[in-house]
Design a protein around this ligand. Structure first.
Ligand code: FAD
Length: 502
């Protein structure tokens, strides 16, 4: 595998192919049509199946494939995997939980010594099953979900590009239309088709293409061997003690870079992964495409323009990236919106279709998984006659937490890119991204199970008020926008985080 174009080997022999001991609930009679086979869509398919609903998936790609490089999955998104013994086994094999983390100034000067990644994202533990956050290679994580989809025998239809969502509240169905004019309906349609989901037209009345957040990212994944051919690159970015994965954060004014060198224990394939977030001087390019590549020379020019003085090892690392391997991705922003469903509650957005996250939140994929778990549980509690109530209750349980997680992305961006590096000394803890307990400690399935009845009751006229406990203790959620954050930034103020965000 070398980032961004990986066809999933659905035949991959694995210890998981035999005895799949998932305990599935009795059928509920609820039909769910899921649009998009990303992390959110696939996880929703698995959870809906496990909870007894009947599921189908439509995906626009022509085959099971997954691009991209790495993301982190928080413990709140991983706990559920233990319900799928075969998938848990595969997750244990692919997780990069034993890496080291080194912080540096963008000029290459180290900020302290490398520490175990689990300690940096601290408060939890260092083992695979209790670490607050674990790094995953996106193609392998997708493959793991696909393998479970296959074990369940869930139907995934490829080449289905959805261009329109609708609902018929009277008949109690949600529906979609493909670019070839095919209609499909179900009791509930889950829009898991990413940032530019056409479900926005039904939910908000128009497509929200997002506004420039002022930040963009270059990212790449390529063979470790190619990177290590340069001795200075090897010395700086090579595996820790010649064997352990090494992650680095290089921090500068309004910019930061992340790297990971890693060798897969099973295949012995080595990967180098890299990304740099920067402020584009002038107007921001707004093409959101994981196929939008740029040259190494252009990257170096942009890095130097946005923060002059990058250390030589970082510049040399960029020079080892093969042509066509560097993706440009503008970080467009969609403000938090508590409304993620159609009027009649027959179409619900989940994952990126419902909320965009800055990479510095480390939570885009995790929150997509939490959405999937929550709606599957809510449907089970509600039953076939109350699908719309399940959808509204899901939104109530999710929207405040998601909005806090989105805010965290801005707080972390500030920590990584606005730190007064002259005062950091050797203490990387002062600048490391926050990984708060309220985020990773949650068990979203348990939360939905324990709170469904009270949350649903609060929706009835005159019903008792419901207060979420899946957000920072002592924080009263309030609506906020990118404009509010930019105003604070321009006044030199920090985002308010009352309550316990530790
Ligand atoms: C190709 C790709 C590469 C990525 N690489 C990275 C990465 O390296 N690091 C990272 O942090 N995040 C990456 N992401 C984003 C990350 O996976 C998501 O932010 C997160 O996992 C939430 O997942 P999601 O399921 O909501 O959305 P996504 O992962 O974006 O999945 C959406 C799915 O819907 C499908 N789809 C879109 N439009 C339609 C349509 N009209 N009809 C039918 N299907 C449709 C897409 O093909 C995709 O499979 C990538 C996303 C994609 C699509």
């Amino acid at each position: 595998m070398s980032g961004f174009t990986h066809t999933i080997d659905t035949e991959r022999p694995s210890a998981t192919d035999t005895d799949d001991q998932v305990q599935c609930a009795p059928p509920t009679g609820i039909t769910v049509l899921i649009i998009g086979a990303g992390v959110g869509g696939l996880m929703a398919a698995l959870e809906c199946h496990r909870k007894g609903h009947t599921v189908r998936v439509f995906e626009r790609s022509t085959s099971a494939s997954a691009g991209g490089d790495m993301f982190t999955i928080g413990l709140s998104g991983r706990r559920v995997i233990k319900r799928y013994p075969a998938m848990q086994k595969e997750l244990d094999e692919i997780s990069i939980h034993d890496s080291w983390m080194q912080h540096r100034k963008w000029t290459s000067e180290p900020i302290g010594e490398p520490r175990p990644f689990g300690q940096v994202v601290g408060g939890g533990g260092l083992t695979l099953h209790n670490q607050p956050m674990v790094t995953q290679l996106r193609p392998l994580f997708h493959a793991m979900l696909y393998h479970q989809i296959e074990r369940f025998g869930i139907e995934v239809s490829y080449g289905k590009r959805i261009v329109k969502y609708y609902e018929d509240a009277e008949r109690g169905v949600g529906g979609v239309i493909t670019d070839e004019g095919e209609h499909a309906e179900a009791d509930l349609v889950l829009a898991a088709d990413g940032l530019n989901s056409h479900s926005q037209e039904l939910v908000f009345g128009s497509l929200n293409k997002g506004v420039p957040s002022g930040r963009s990212i270059f990212r790449a994944a390529w063979d470790l061997e190619l990177a290590m051919a340069d001795p200075l690159v090897k010395e700086t970015f090579g595996l820790k003690d010649g064997k352990d994965p090494l992650m680095q954060a290089w921090m500068g004014p309004d910019t930061h870079a992340m790297t990971l060198s890693y060798v897969d224990k099973n295949s012995k394939n080595g990967q180098m992964l890299w990304g740099v977030t920067f402020k584009e001087p002038g107007e921001q390019d707004t093409t959101e495409s994981w196929r939008n590549t740029v040259s190494g020379d252009d990257v170096l020019k942009m890095m130097e323009k946005s923060a002059p003085g990058w250390g030589e090892p970082m510049k040399r690392l960029v020079k080892t990236m093969p042509a066509g391997s560097i993706i440009f991705w503008p970080l467009l922003w969609r403000d938090p919106n508590p409304r993620t469903h159609s009027n009649g509650g027959r179409v619900l957005q989940i994952g990126d279709a419902a909320h965009s996250f800055l990479p510095t939140s480390g939570n885009g994929a995790t929150q997509a998984i939490e959405d999937a778990i929550t709606i599957a549980a809510c449907l089970q509690h509600a039953g076939k006659d109350n699908v719309a109530t399940a959808v509204e209750t899901h939104s109530l349980l999710r929207s405040e937490r998601v909005s806090c997680g989105q805010l965290l992305g801005f707080v972390n961006a500030e920590r990584l890119q606005k730190a007064d590096l002259s005062k950091v000394g050797n203490d990387a803890k002062k600048v490391a991204a926050k990984v708060p307990k309220w985020l990773w400690q949650l068990d979203p399935e348990q939360y939905a199970d324990e709170n469904y009845a009270a949350a649903a009751a609060s929706l009835q006229e005159g019903g008792p008020a419901f207060v979420n406990t899946n957000i920072p203790v002592g924080y009263t959620p309030k609506p906020w926008t990118l404009a509010d954050i930019e105003k604070l930034e321009s006044e030199g103020k920090q985002v308010e985080m009352s309550g316990d965000w530790s």
